[in-house]
Design a protein around this ligand. Structure first.
Ligand SMILES: Nc1nc2c(ncn2[C@@H]2O[C@H](COP(=O)(O)OP(=O)(O)O)[C@@H](O)[C@H]2O)c(=O)[nH]1
Ligand SMILES: [Mg+2]
Length: 294
């Protein structure tokens, strides 16, 4: 690649409340499914980079967990990842869903403190009336200074080009930070664990998905097939039975759905074996959290 002096590169952090559509937006901007998305809040637990490189610019997006008031140690870690993404940002996308409640003070304070250029993106405009969108624009614009306000639908890929054009305009001149071949900073096995977690969120109800974590114990490329062993951790013995289901039916469903998606990701046949284990209250245990990569 010929890197001219006018090359632009920088970090764009997507922040917002749970379920605003941050991960959906990152995938849409990248043009590929990198991050898992589910209808349940707090699906995303990490900061995940998605890198979009061209001949003239490199945008390094950060997907982040939704901003919440921490209830346990895992939440505190998740919020520290949001903090890191904000610290690094050259531009911040404040992503709100057109149908969400006006945010509590804690979220407003976080946005208030940011000094880099901010874009307000009003998402899910496909499911509300133009009046509701206009009202959101009004509420937010009266509070903060935005470089631009974009009305988008991450799901329907509406107005993403204008959003991206604005981002590029705001990026500093800089050589690229990452090899243009790289799409993310995380290894394949991280996304394999995420695809299993996605199914846990889709197939389990109530508090159970929030009590789960996935740990890959074997990831072996055997040529024809990739052999993957993964542990699913829950917080209580009773949850183990729920994850496994009647005669193993739930776990089988989770495994087969996850496997299909992992095969798409790796573009290979996959053998996937899942084991369910209990770690009492792991969400509050610093040692367990560290072990799980938090
Ligand atoms: N109707 C509609 N749904 C969306 C849009 N963007 C995201 N969603 C849905 O909102 C839910 C949460 O999305 P996700 O990206 O996981 O939100 P996150 O928690 O902010 O990362 C999922 O069910 C998405 O399909 C949108 O533009 N329109
Ligand atoms: Mg997310």
């Amino acid at each position: 690649m010929d890197i001219s002096s006018s090359y632009k590169a920088g970090f764009v952090s997507i922040v917002g409340k749970p379920n605003a559509g941050k991960s959906t937006l990152l995938n849409a901007l990248l043009g590929q499914k990198l991050c898992i998305t589910t209808p349940k809040a707090q699906t995303t637990r990490h900061r995940i980079l998605g890198i979009d490189s061209t001949e003239t610019y490199q945008i390094i997006y950060s997907d982040t967990p939704g901003v919440i008031i921490p209830k346990y140690k895992l939440h505190e870690k998740m919020m520290s990842f949001v903090g890191n993404a904000l610290e690094d940002a050259d531009v911040i996308i404040v992503l709100i869903a057109a149908d969400e409640q006006f945010p509590e003070d804690a979220f407003r304070e976080i946005i208030q403190k940011q000094t880099v250029p901010k874009i307000l993106a009003i998402n899910k405009t496909d499911i509300v009336s133009p009046e509701v969108v206009a009202q959101k624009r009004e509420e937010w614009s009266s509070l903060f200074q935005f470089e631009a306000v974009e009305e988008i639908s991450a799901l329907k890929k509406m107005n993403l080009d204008t959003l991206k054009a604005k981002l590029i305009e705001l990026l500093p001149e800089s050589p690229p930070f990452y090899d243009p071949e790289e799409v993310t900073d995380r290894p394949e096995r991280f996304f394999v664990a995420e695809l299993i977690r996605e199914q846990l969120f889709l197939q389990l109800e109530d508090e159970v998905p929030y009590s789960t974590e996935v740990n890959i114990t074997q990831f072996k490329d055997k040529g024809e097939i990739v052999s993957i062993y993964a542990e699913i951790y829950v917080e209580r013995q009773s949850q183990k039975g729920i994850v496994i289901g009647k005669q193993g039916s739930k776990l089988k469903l989770i495994g087969s759905r996850a496997r299909v998606n992992i095969e798409k990701l790796l573009e290979k046949k996959v053998f996937l074996e899942l084991f369910v284990k209990v770690r009492d209250d792991w969400k509050n245990n610093p040692g367990n959290l560290k072990h799980f990569g938090y």
